[in-house]
Design a protein around this ligand. Structure first.
Ligand SMILES: [Zn+2]
Length: 418
């Protein structure tokens, strides 16, 4: 199995080289936009990379006086991905218009970049440049030491970002790991752990474990308070300190998220789940009234869980979010009146529970229904509760019933949810 990591590294770029990189970014964006415009020309939007390559490669190379072929292809890939996501939104009945490729970054791979121990060589519009990594001093605990300088990890590529006048490389690394139970992810007796994300509770699992949003609210208040104090001073010193506060708060909160992610994965391991299911995160702000801060938190948490779970052979997936908070996880009856802030009471069958817990079960159930026929996971037993499971029909099965039906011994826990 493969584990992937991304390490951000600031580059020390000389001013001549910086001008060259600026030019390279502009050319890269121009190429990507050219391909997008081309893809939107016909009756249907073209999303096939091969077709787009055939139809645009020569023209793009000519128009850019022979821009590096690898970068032309990376720009075309970026354009194809952007077109694909527009088509996906249309298929979901959502609005989307032709993408504009403006975010200033370049995608590099082994043909266009060479990654050395303390510097990188990058293709530009005019040959290659070299730039040193700006690394933290003598701290063996950084991601750089853990991934970048590790013999176990192999560098696969990077994105070059231009941000606040700084050049930053997001370097992607991967390693192969041996798992004790490699067949775990494809077990025929796996269960799903459903996870609901929200504002009051950051995460709630179908096994009935809650992580509150208190810590997040605390950090945000502290951050805003200190930022307010510093802004009142209005000096350059205050401005620099404000940025330092921002980085420090972000770093602290990321540590909290790493801890929650670890606990979530442990929860899945302890309950022998082969899949962790989240709701689709793309429109989560509209659905939950979450702030930008929350959205940032949800995305980080999902990423952390995804890569930590991979080490245990657990798959992490997103499922459609429709009605997960209004649907009864017991009988399937869906109505807005079922939910009243944090409590859920089904207007049809009378099932009562915490609204976020009901949603976590629904998210697990949705994954289960989606994968009942022909999924890669084989036959999943059901959504994991604290003890026992809820099967695809919404019926509760106790550990004893599961082992009678399948011959699989399910561990016994005191039953608290259902
Ligand atoms: Zn019901």
């Amino acid at each position: 199995m493969e584990v992937r990591r991304t390490v951000p590294v600031t580059l020390d770029v000389e001013s001549d080289d910086a001008a060259l990189l600026e030019d390279t970014v502009d050319t890269f964006l121009w190429c990507a936009q050219y391909v997008v415009d081309h893809a939107f020309q016909g009756e249907y939007v073209t999303t096939s990379k091969t077709q787009l390559d055939d139809e645009t490669y020569d023209d793009v190379r000519e128009a850019t006086n022979g821009f590096n072929g690898g970068l032309v292809q990376a720009a075309r890939n970026k354009a194809a991905e952007a077109c694909k996501s527009v088509v996906a939104r249309w298929k979901n009945g959502k609005k989307a218009s032709k993408p504009r490729i403006t975010s200033p970054h370049i995608v590099y791979d082994h043909r266009t970049a060479t990654f050395h121990d303390d510097y990188v060589s990058l293709a530009t519009t005019d040959g290659r440049i070299e730039a040193d990594y700006v690394l933290p001093d003598g701290d063996s605990d950084t991601p750089h030491a853990e991934y970048l300088f590790s013999d176990e990890y192999e560098t696969t590529g990077a994105e070059l970002h231009r941000k606040h006048g700084e050049w930053q490389l997001h370097i992607h690394c991967k390693k192969e790991i041996e798992t004790d139970t490699p067949e775990r992810a494809t077990t025929t007796h796996g269960t799903v752990l459903g996870v609901d994300l929200g504002v009051n509770n950051l995460a709630v699992t179908s096994t009935g474990t809650f992580w509150t949003g208190d810590e997040f609210d605390h950090w945000r208040r502290e951050y805003e308070k200190r930022r307010g104090d510093l802004q009142e001073c209005g000096t350059r010193w205050a401005h620099e300190n404000m940025q330092a506060v921002g980085r420090k708060e972000e770093g602290r909160f990321k540590m909290t998220l790493h801890r929650i992610a670890n606990e979530l994965v442990t929860e899945a391991c302890n309950h022998e789940c082969s899949v962790i299911a989240f709701e689709d995160l793309s429109d989560i702000r509209e659905r939950t009234g979450a702030s930008w801060g929350h959205k940032w938190v949800f995305n980080r948490l999902y990423e952390y869980v995804e890569y930590k779970a991979a080490e245990y052979g657990i798959t992490v997936e997103q499922v459609g979010p429709e009605n997960t908070s209004r649907r009864c996880s017991h009988c399937g009856f869906t109505h807005p009146a079922n939910r009243e802030s944090e409590s859920f009471e089904c207007q049809k069958c009378g099932y009562q529970n915490h609204a976020d817990y009901n949603a976590a079960k629904n998210i697990g159930l949705r994954y289960l229904r989606r994968n009942q026929t022909g999924g890669d996971e084989g036959a999943l037993l059901g959504v994991r509760l604290n003890s026992g499971i809820v099967n695809v029909n919404g019926e509760y099965e106790s550990p004893a019933e599961i082992s009678a039906r399948t011959g699989v011994h399910a561990e016994s826990h005191p039953f608290t949810g259902g």
